[in-house]
Design a protein around this ligand. Structure first.
Ligand code: FPP
Length: 244
């Protein structure tokens, strides 16, 4: 049975929830609608989930909006997705700010259009002092590309004599990722029944609890988030240690 949101004990609430929002296309197909309609409803689910996460007391929410592999989709779909991101950034910054939410974008911004980059910069700047929740949107993000970027940066440092190879440990690598200032996700949720990470937060998800829910992303809402949080509360996290 679904528990009331306020009854999730604070001690079992994940600090950081990351979501792979999958199933927009299948949601649309099931309704004989164009894929764009599924993405539009997906953007609505983003709005709902951001507000719900903050209300539930989640400190960090990270969502996978556009992967570095999504450029391989037909031009029209890429353009629809970029259009939705543009509209989201144009319309929602004010609301995020009102809700005390800080916006962060991770991913390679060099391939994004200049106007989207400006919206990102403005949104990050406007919300920088907010502390009720950090919303991180992954755009043109790929976990392997992120690790390659970090390794290039570290290798440069070694070449220039600024980094001693002996200092390169897990924490050092973490500090060279886009997510350097946010904790690793406690819970990664993927919607639509698919069970894979698809290049999302590969390093950061090393000890995350993975949860695969059957609903398509446009159907995701606060109640489904609460169900996932309740299931998370039942998980036994050991981080590689032996069970007592
Ligand atoms: C997967 O559905 C979803 C995406 C590729 C992108 C997610 C984008 C949104 C939710 C909308 C815009 C985002 C924001 C932040 C406003 P799919 O197309 O792969 O679905 P399918 O597997 O059923 O075809």
């Amino acid at each position: 049975m679904l528990e009331a949101p306020h009854s999730i004990a604070e001690t079992t609430l994940p600090r950081h929830v990351a979501i792979i929002m999958d199933g927009n296309g299948r949601w649309a197909k099931a309704r004989h609608l164009p894929r764009a309609a599924g993405h539009r409803e997906g953007a609505e689910a983003v709005r709902r989930t951001v507000t719900a996460s903050r209300e539930l007391g989640i400190e960090f929410l990270t969502i996978y909006a556009f992967s570095s592999e999504n450029w391989k989709r037909p031009d029209e779909e890429v353009s629809d997705l970029m259009g939705l991101l543009r509209v989201y950034l144009q319309r929602e910054i004010k609301e995020l700010d009102k809700q005390g939410i800080r916006l962060r974008i991770i991913g390679d911004k060099t391939q994004l259009s200049a106007d989207i980059c400006k919206l990102i910069d403005d949104g990050e700047r406007k919300t920088t002092d907010n502390s009720d929740m950090v919303l991180t949107i992954a755009i043109n993000y790929g976990g392997q590309a992120e690790l390659a970027m970090a390794m290039r940066c570290i290798a440069e440092g070694v070449k220039e004599g600024k980094i001693n190879p002996d200092d390169i440990d897990e924490e050092f690598i973490s500090k060279h990722l886009y997510t350097r200032d946010i904790p690793d996700p406690d819970l990664v949720i993927r919607t639509s029944g698919e069970q894979r990470l698809s290049n999302f937060l590969l390093w950061q998800a090393a000890y995350s609890e993975l949860m695969f829910v059957d609903d398509y992303w446009p159907d995701f809402d606060k109640q489904k988030l609460v169900s996932a949080l309740n299931a998370f509360a039942e998980r036994d996290r050991r981080f590689g240690a032996r069970k007592e």
